[in-house]
Design a protein around this ligand. Sequence first.
Ligand code: HEM
Ligand code: HEM
Length: 179
Amino acid sequence: MPAKSTRDHYGSIAITIHWLSALLIIILLVSGFRAASTVDPTAKAQALSVHAPLAILILLLTLARIVWWWFADNRPDPIAAMPGWQDFSARAVHVLFYVVILGMTASGIGMFVLSGAADIVFGATDAQLPDFTKYKPRAPHGIGARAMIALFILHAGAALYHHFIKRDGLLGRMWFGKK
Ligand code: HEM
Ligand code: HEM
C-alpha cells in the first residue's frame, strides 16, 4: 500500500504512526497511574523508568507526525454522508490530542528538570524520589491525563460507532489494507 494517503484511505506512514502512538499512550497512562499510585519507591522508580523514555518517544513521534502532515501528506476526504458537525468534532478531537500530548510531555519534562528526578530514576544516585506534587507542572500533568482519557473515549467510541453501527468503513481506512 502507498506510503502517502489517498482521497479515501490513510497511507502506511500515517497508519503506522497512528497505531504506534495509540499503543504508547495506553502504556503511558498505565505506567503514569502506576507511578502516581504506589508508595513503594522502587516500584515508583521502575514505573517512571518505563514512563519517561516512552514519553520522549511519543514526543518525537508526534513531532514527526506534524511534520509528515504539514510537508508530505494530505488527509483523506471526510467519509461520505458524515454530517458537518461530526467532521468538525472529529477534527477538533484530533487537534486536542496533539495539544494534550505536547502539553503532557512538556509538563512531564518540567517535573523531571525541576526535581532532578532523572538521576534517581535512571540509577545515577541513590537519593529518595521527590514528592512531585510540590512541583508546579504536576497539577497540569494530572489534568492532562484525565483530558487524554476523555479524548480517547470520545475518539475510540466514535470510531467503533462508525464501524459497528454505521458500517461506513471509517475504521478500515485507518488500517493496513489493499487500497
Ligand atoms: C490515544 C490514542 C489515539 C490517538 C492519540 C489517536 C489520534 C488520532 C488522530 C490525530 C487522527 C487523525 C489522523 C492523524 O493525524 O493521524 C486519528 C484518526 C483515526 N483514529 Fe485515532 N487515535 C487514537 C486511538 C484510536 C483508537 C483506539 C481507534 C479505534 C478504536 C482509532 C481510530 C481512528 C480512526 C478510524 C481514524 C480515522 C478517522 C477518519 O478517517 O477521519 N484511534 N486518530
Ligand atoms: C503523552 C505523554 C505522557 C502521558 C500520557 C503521561 C501520563 C501520566 C499519567 C496518567 C500520570 C498519573 C497522573 C495522576 O495520577 O494524576 C503521570 C504521572 C507522571 N508522569 Fe507522565 N505522562 C506523559 C509524559 C511524561 C514525561 C515526558 C515525563 C518525564 C520525563 C513524565 C513524568 C511523570 C511523573 C514524574 C509523574 C508523577 C508521578 C507521581 O506523582 O509520583 N510524564 N503521567
